[in-house]
Design a protein around this ligand. Structure first.
Ligand code: SF4
Length: 461
């Protein structure tokens, strides 16, 4: 027990800020579960917290910047408020533990990615002197932790939607990506563990399960399971109470026919494929050490659409990769125009010094990268608007998420072709039932308006 009154009287209150992607959010949910089990009380108000934890992302420059700025904001709060512990966790902490602890003296402890389930004891023990640092990994060590169905977890998503991390780490060599260095080698959870978790989530009210991993379509390969994801999807679709199952982050060469057949055949599996293709030019893809070229990408998307009628296909691309010439970008723009994705995102290349693609001096300026991204997004906006207009007057099945951030007067929901946070939404107006009767339920909405970002609809059933 510590001596500064941290544990005196009422349970210490902990505020947890989760940055980055859904995979990181899951680690945060496990941390919250571990802390609650350890007798801590979670709070969403940092000002009233006795301890603050930031779960950081370290994927690319802007994410690292957001992480550092958040830590600095909370360090200020610690200096001026009631907070007595500041703990940093996540990818940025794993990568830069010593630098962060040296530069920001308010940090009391750094929690490594292998130590997520030890967060309560680390928080309890962190006091005075130099910050507690995660033990550094040697060159031949890598992170191995992955939660399972026995890990405590407090969900932060709406009760009807839950993420499940089915695997962690990645064995691909994409030159721009530092994930394998940070998160370690690819490793899958057992099907039994995933199913047990799905059953718990469903009995707790989850109607939609979203499977995530760095490399979701390789699920099970390391356990010697053939067609692991396809089999798992079919099993999850049979869990009582689950009405939608989707997965994110397909890899082009492991999105196999078995997975597509499952999507086409099983009504509970969302006809939705999120496949980050990263580029379309053979030259750039090969510099990224990624498979394919424009023609193979076109064939892949055609194969998905043919195998799964009505499927929504989403992709993401990187612009400004070192050596991306004007003609490479034009090839990418032509590919996006021609493929008519249902949804698309574009990111600027981030020159990470520990990534294989790092160049000491980038030839493509940030302004040029921005302009390439803007051009891609403009193409996609026109495509999305056309696609959305084709839905006006049609009835679609929508899962109602709740009031959107921008207005309490509306409700927002999603079709099976729309994943949370990244895709368009269906904004529901004129519902004649109160929100509490609709949130978390599936309704039929008649689409009345189309915009590039969102659809507007009326609940008709
Ligand atoms: S497949 Fe994804 S996570 Fe793996 S190295 Fe490539 S970009 Fe990174």
């Amino acid at each position: 027990m510590t001596t500064d009154g941290f544990r005196r009287g009422a349970p210490p209150r902990v505020g947890l800020v989760s940055l980055g992607c859904a995979k990181n959010l899951l680690d945060s949910e496990v941390m919250a579960g571990v802390l609650a089990r350890g007798g801590f009380e979670m709070t969403t108000e940092p000002e009233s917290a006795d301890a603050l934890i930031v779960n950081t992302c370290g994927f690319i420059g802007p994410a690292k910047e957001e992480g550092v700025n958040t830590i600095l904001d909370l360090a200020r709060l610690k200096r001026s408020g009631r907070c007595r512990r500041l703990v940093v966790a996540g990818c940025l902490a794993q990568r830069h533990a010593a630098e962060l602890a040296d530069a920001i003296p308010e940090i009391d402890a750094v929690v490594g990615l292998d130590e997520v389930e030890r967060v309560a004891e680390i928080l309890e023990g962190s006091l005075g002197g130099a910050a507690r640092r995660t033990p550094p990994l040697t060159a031949d060590q890598s992170v191995t932790w992955l939660y399972d169905h026995t890990s405590p977890r407090i969900r932060s998503t709406p009760p009807h939607t839950a993420y499940i991390k089915v695997a962690e780490g990645c064995d691909y060599p994409c030159t721009f990506c530092v994930i394998p260095q940070i998160r370690g080698r690819f490793r899958s959870r057992t099907p039994d563990s995933v199913l047990a978790e799905a059953e718990d989530l469903a009995s707790d009210g989850a109607r939609e399960l979203i499977l995530v991993a760095q490399d979701t379509t390789a699920y099970g390969a390391d356990l010697g399971i053939r067609h692991g994801l396809a089999t798992l999807l079919r099993q999850l679709a049979g869990v009582t109470g689950v009405e939608w199952v989707r997965f994110l982050y397909a890899y082009p060469t492991t999105l196999d026919c078995e997975i597509l057949a499952a999507l086409a055949e099983v009504p509970e599996l969302c006809r939705y494929v999120d496949i980050p293709l990263q580029h379309a030019s053979r030259r750039v893809l090969s510099a990224m050490r990624r498979p394919g070229n424009r023609a193979s990408n076109e064939r892949l998307v055609a194969r998905i659409r043919e195998a799964v009628p009505g499927v929504a296909v989403r992709s993401t691309f990187i612009v400004g990769f070192p050596g991306e010439e004007e003609q490479d970008f034009e090839e990418l723009a032509g590919f996006v125009e021609e493929t008519q994705f249902d949804a698309m995102g574009a990111f600027l290349y981030s020159n990470e010094d520990s990534a294989a693609s790092f160049v000491p001096e980038e030839r493509i300026s940030e302004a040029e990268k921005e302009s390439r991204r803007a051009r891609l997004m403009e193409i996609q906006q026109a495509i999305s608007l056309r696609r959305h207009r084709a839905l006006v007057g049609r009835d679609v099945r929508v899962l109602v998420d709740g009031a959107p951030e921008e207005s309490d007067l509306l409700l927002a929901g999603r079709t099976e072709g729309q994943a949370p946070d990244v895709d368009a939404r269906v904004l529901l107006v004129d519902a004649d039932r109160p929100p509490e009767e609709l949130v978390g339920r599936f309704v039929t909405a008649r689409i009345t308006e189309a915009h590039p970002e969102d659809l507007v609809g009326r609940v008709v059933g």
